[in-house]
Design a protein around this ligand. Structure first.
Ligand SMILES: [Zn+2]
Length: 331
């Protein structure tokens, strides 16, 4: 049984300590998607972080595996190693160049969404003025599908996310977003978005962040409540977990260089306050999730879908798409 955490953040610094990754592994997680950059991070920082994380992973092959397939994840789990993939939060690191998608795939990026809360030339952010997916954005979706990367719509504007899901030729996920009906927030997703995601064959992964769960001290029961809502709405085969834990490390400053303005990326009009940061579930909540899902009314086989099997299904299809296309061309 593979447990899949669809999104976590270490400091955006090449020397970030991987102790939190080991905590997730010890709590039963077999695969984690680590963020390597967002729209507020300049390309120099994104590249430095990717190089640093790759070096940390390569330096301890007994513990970590940078994976490119579901088979790699299954093998890593059998070997007792933590499987890791990278994700990008925003399209600015793509430099308006669809060819960059293939390059990031080579570097280990397995999942991407196109806008971090704010609009850019590719897509809309969820806390900005709705415009819709741009013509460049359509080409970017095609590149993401072609190169076998998971198309994510977290942090994306509602209308724009619906357009991405309409254009996509592969299942689309929300790697860390929760039902707006249970916790109204611009970062959460409406029933319409959840239904559209399920219609692509995709998965909505529930975040463990306080604001998005509507709980000041989020726990396994909160996560299970949001999981159950999505399962009731569109079926248990369309729910996963992306706890969205942001691990800060004292002494490691990862502030983006240049004119970084937190109030732009996390605007007051969307409810963010500098003096009231979010709280996160601890990684160890993973140990409690199986029982919490059972208490929420799920059978063991259904809980296994939520904890990993659904994302394995989608990743198998999406990450395997380039090889499948090459086979079809050769046939
Ligand atoms: Zn995020």
């Amino acid at each position: 049984m593979i447990h899949w955490d669809a999104h976590a953040c270490l400091p955006q610094h090449p020397l970030a300590d991987f102790a939190p990754v080991r905590r997730l592994h010890a709590a039963g997680v077999n695969y984690v998607s680590l963020n390597v950059g967002a729209d507020m991070n300049p390309l120099s920082q994104v590249m430095s972080v990717i190089a640093g994380y790759r070096a940390t992973i390569a330096a301890d092959p007994a513990r970590y595996a940078l994976v490119s397939s579901v088979d790699d994840i299954i093998q890593a789990a059998a070997d007792g190693r933590m499987a890791i993939g990278f994700d990008l939060e925003g399209a600015l690191p793509l430099l308006e160049q669809p060819d960059m998608v293939a390059l990031y795939a080579q570097l280990g990026v397995r999942q991407i969404h196109f806008a971090y809360n704010r609009n850019n030339s590719v897509a809309d952010g969820c806390h900005d003025t709705p415009r819709g997916l741009t013509p460049l954005g359509v080409r970017m979706v095609e590149a993401v599908n072609e190169h076998g990367i998971l198309m994510d719509c977290s942090h994306t504007g509602r209308r724009c996310s619906l357009e991405i899901m309409h254009v996509a030729s592969q299942p689309v996920i929300f790697s860390h977003a929760n039902p707006d009906t249970l916790a109204p927030h611009g970062r959460n997703v409406t029933d319409e978005q959840i239904r559209a995601c399920a219609a692509t064959g995709g998965v909505v992964c529930v975040s463990g962040l306080s604001f998005f769960l509507g709980s000041a001290r989020p726990d396994a029961a909160d996560v299970a409540r949001h999981v159950a809502y999505i399962a009731d709405l569109v079926g248990v085969q369309h729910v996963g977990i992306g706890l969205d834990i942001c691990f800060q490390q004292p002494g490691l400053d990862d502030t983006p260089p240049g004119g970084f303005d937190p109030a732009y990326w996390w605007p007051a009009h969307a409810g963010y306050r500098a003096d009231a940061p979010p709280t996160f579930t601890p990684p160890e909540v993973w140990r409690e999730l199986p029982a919490a899902l059972r208490r929420a009314g799920m059978r063991e086989s259904e809980a296994e879908l939520v904890l990993g099997r659904n994302m394995m299904r989608v990743a198998q299809q999406v990450w395997g798409a380039p090889a499948a296309a090459a086979l079809a061309r050769a046939a």
